[in-house]
Design a binder for this molecule. Structure first.
Ligand code: 2M8
Length: 469
């Protein structure tokens, strides 16, 4: 079914349609704007989410670089003493009974000596560190505009650089005591790909104990419960939260006792790419050479870690279950982690691109748009409507597009951009999409979908690059 956006795109001149599309995307970000930070979505997610805010800053940069900078600064005001950046900062103005588990559920995290002053409360989990990548993009846009914008962006980089350094230090130490180069997550929510089949095996080993009844407010905001994680998933999520709180949100206690400890390759790859961005920021702010040596060591270690998780048979990188002591063999977009980390040799890059083009992903004959399903239809955990188990996600497509550009694959990147824009235009900035019929699922007016739209519209390649292979 064709939406108003879609009709507009076909009826107008390409330029006119793009201008109106960008205006609609800006409108979504304005509507979700809370002053210094942005709600992830108006109803389903009325708080500030960590990696959403990073993508949001990338979109905001195209119409207000100062506001984009504030988005990241506002998030980092709630950084923990350890360096952790919480995955949610709770909105004190959110209507009661709008999101579960809400601030009251996490309030005890505030009792940790490492937690920032509350309210607002924060969760004690974290999410993939897209932030340095976002800050660098804000800088690049501001630098192109020159003058005061560029000056303000440089001040911003100076302010945020030490916070980024502390954040990455947290991830490379507390979350990698083994020095493996791979980040350990304690909860599927930390991965950002919550109910992905990636987590089925480690979750099945979590024995859920006594839980009080709890509400599923999320189900009010979607057309069908099949779009969200099941009650069985939620029981496990809440049980894991209970255990983390019982461990006092303390890293060492959690590492000792927690039943879900997984090396997440997507998270680790984003960290490797974010460390490259941090290195550029370090140069821009004139950071001491010791910092740069440290960041270079994080980058090298990250690449080594990912390299060790490569599965030649699947042509993908695999997560690793520390408790069970084995890799997790699922076929999901997370397996493209080395592409996102960057700096792959030609052999590995070719292998990744072959997997991307194969019927397991972009070459699947039933795809409505040529964008990769979050889980391959060939994976036994695939589900076409359920959240991270199959639907396609604009924000993931943006990450792959950005990575393909960095890998020197502009035509493939452009293929993803050209497929993603009409997909988004067919909806009201949907959160995710059914891969075979193209139905928009989850929330409407999702902020990060609007943000990546703005970045894609601002990054129209020149005529030469447009010719998609
Ligand atoms: C989803 O996760 C939250 C929990 O953190 C939820 O389902 O309630 C995920 O898609 C996550 O990646 C995203 O950051 C968040 C807000 O968009 O929603």
């Amino acid at each position: 079914m064709s939406s108003e956006n879609d009709r507009m795109l076909r009826a107008e001149t390409p330029l006119g349609a793009e201008i109106r599309f960008a205006a609609r995307a800006r409108q979504v970000l304005r509507q979700n704007d809370m002053g210094d930070w942005t709600r992830a979505a108006p109803n389903l997610y009325p708080h500030q989410w960590s990696w959403d805010s990073a993508f949001i800053a990338i979109g905001l940069a195209h119409f207000n670089t100062r506001r984009a900078a504030r988005e990241l600064l506002a998030l980092f005001e709630h950084q923990w003493r350890t360096g952790k950046v919480p995955h949610i900062v709770f909105n004190p103005e959110a209507p009661p009974a709008s999101y579960f588990p809400g601030p009251e559920h996490w309030a005890c995290a505030a009792a940790s000596p490492d937690a920032p002053p509350a309210p607002p409360y924060t969760s004690c989990l974290c999410q993939p560190p897209v932030h340095a990548i976002a800050a660098l993009r804000v800088w690049e846009v501001a630098e192109r505009s020159g003058g005061e914008e560029a000056g303000a962006a440089r001040v911003f980089l100076r302010q945020i650089y030490p916070k980024f350094l502390l954040w990455h230090h947290y991830l490379t130490t507390h979350r990698d005591p083994e020095g493996s180069g791979l980040v350990t997550i304690y909860h599927p929510w930390e991965s950002g790909t919550d109910n992905s089949p990636r987590w089925d095996a480690p979750l099945s080993n979590v024995e859920v104990g006594e839980l009080p009844p709890y509400p599923r407010y999320d189900l009010r905001y979607v057309a069908s419960p099949s779009e969200r994680p099941t009650d069985v998933d939620y029981d496990r999520y809440l049980w894991l939260v209970k255990l983390i709180k019982k461990a006092g949100c303390d890293e060492r206690n959690t590492y000792r006792s927690h039943p879900f400890l997984v090396k997440d390759v997507l998270f680790s790859a984003i960290l490797a790419a974010a460390n490259e961005a941090l290195m550029e920021i370090a140069a821009l702010v004139g950071a001491p050479s010791g910092d740069r040596t440290l960041i270079a060591s994080w980058i090298a270690r990250g690449h080594r870690g990912l390299n060790g998780m490569w599965d030649p048979e699947l042509g993908l990188c695999l997560d690793y279950d520390l408790r069970a002591g084995r890799p997790l063999r699922s076929r999901t977009v997370a397996g493209f982690a080395p592409l996102i980390a960057g700096r792959q040799g030609s052999g590995r890059l070719e292998a990744l691109l072959a997997t991307l083009d194969s019927p397991a992903f972009l070459g699947h004959p039933w795809l409505h748009w040529p964008v990769p399903p979050s889980t391959s239809p060939f994976d036994e955990g695939f589900h076409r409507r359920s959240y991270w188990r199959g639907p396609t996600w604009p924000v993931v497509n943006w990450l792959l597009w950005w990575s393909l550009l960095r890998a020197g694959e502009p035509q493939r990147a452009e293929g993803l951009r050209q497929a993603s824009l009409p997909q988004i235009a067919s909806s009201s900035f949907g959160e995710y999409f059914e891969p075979f019929v193209g139905e928009s699922l989850g929330a409407d007016d999702q902020s990060w979908t609007a943000a990546v739209t703005l970045d894609w519209l601002a990054n129209e390649p020149c005529q030469e690059e447009r010719k998609v292979a």
